[in-house]
Design a protein around this ligand. Structure first.
Ligand SMILES: C[S@@+](CC[C@H](N)C(=O)[O-])C[C@H]1O[C@@H](n2cnc3c(N)ncnc32)[C@H](O)[C@@H]1O
Length: 262
């Protein structure tokens, strides 16, 4: 019995270590390596896990993605879905600024179309992400347009969308790009339009804060500043013209921001 428990413990430790190493190599590790290259482009901050189709297919499983967000993923998505269902979107245009793993895009698209949206625009800087999203959305094909676009310098006209969804994008952008993405989100939204932002938030419990801090330091170096210096709510309030509501989840480890443009 003792030997079994020890073997199980060692196996679990090795599994967790290899999983962490896998994610490190495909996120922070790749960025560190890339920073050594003199050639940088608009997508240099994007992890290989989002650009290589084999890796996308390997990781994009709902239980894996839910686990990464401490099983809060369905609740966070439900916040957007409920708001979309509550609003009459007849003839309106919904923009999804950057794809995300899991079922957020199918759920958002379904809610938007059922509320009457005439078009859902799905954008991403990486073409494979658009193809991956397309594979999940066959039932709503006629209402969807896929566009290759950079959230920090969008090709969309001013005031062209009624709803804009940024689901866990900001924490992956280098700091100066966070403000640019929020400026663009504001520019493309019509007056009265709604911006939904799903993100990490500073946990209110010390132990969770310590783990979260470690997670960002190791894996996602651009995420930690969302706790304070790069708080999206403060930024939106500083540029004015927004009515902002923030809901936090799981001891405040996550946040859903619903911002209405005045
Ligand atoms: C929004 S995050 C989602 C991460 C989250 N952990 C999840 O649930 O999948 C990742 C997506 O953002 C995209 N992305 C990153 N930087 C971008 C940018 N500047 N413009 C548009 N899309 C971007 C990536 O290509 C990827 O599809």
């Amino acid at each position: 019995m003792k030997t079994f428990a020890l073997t199980a413990f060692i196996a679990l430790t090795v599994f967790l270590f290899l999983t962490a190493l896998f994610f490190f190599v495909l996120t922070r590790g790749a960025l560190l390596l890339r920073s050594l290259s003199p050639q940088q482009d608009a997508a240099s901050h994007v992890y290989p896990i989002y650009s290589n189709m084999r890796l996308i297919k390997l990781v994009d499983y709902q239980p894996v993605i839910s686990a990464i967000l401490l099983f809060q993923y369905p609740r966070l998505v439900s916040r957007i879905v409920t708001e979309l269902q509550r609003n009459n979107l007849t003839g309106k245009k919904v923009l999804v600024t950057s794809c995300a793993f899991g079922n957020v895009i199918p759920r958002v698209v379904e809610a938007a179309v059922q509320s009457g949206a005439s078009e859902v625009l799905i954008s991403d800087i990486v073409n494979n992400e658009l193809l991956n999203a397309q594979g999940k959305l066959q039932s709503f094909e006629s209402k969807i347009r896929y566009i290759s676009d950079d959230a920090t310098a969008m090709r969309q006209p001013d005031a062209s969308a009624d709803v804009n969804v940024l689901f866990f994008l900001l924490h992956e952008l280098p700091h100066p790009l966070k403000a640019k993405a929020l400026n663009e989100a504001s520019r493309v939204l019509k007056s009265g339009g709604k911006l939904f932002i799903g993100e990490f938030h500073r946990p209110r419990i010390a132990i969770l804060r310590a783990f979260s801090w470690l997670y960002f330091k190791v894996f996602e170096p651009y995420g930690l500043a969302l706790w304070d210096k790069e708080d999206p709510v403060h930024y939106l309030q500083s540029i004015g013209d927004w009515s902002v509501v923030r809901n936090t989840y799981f001891f405040s480890n996550f946040q859903m921001i619903t911002a209405t443009k005045k």
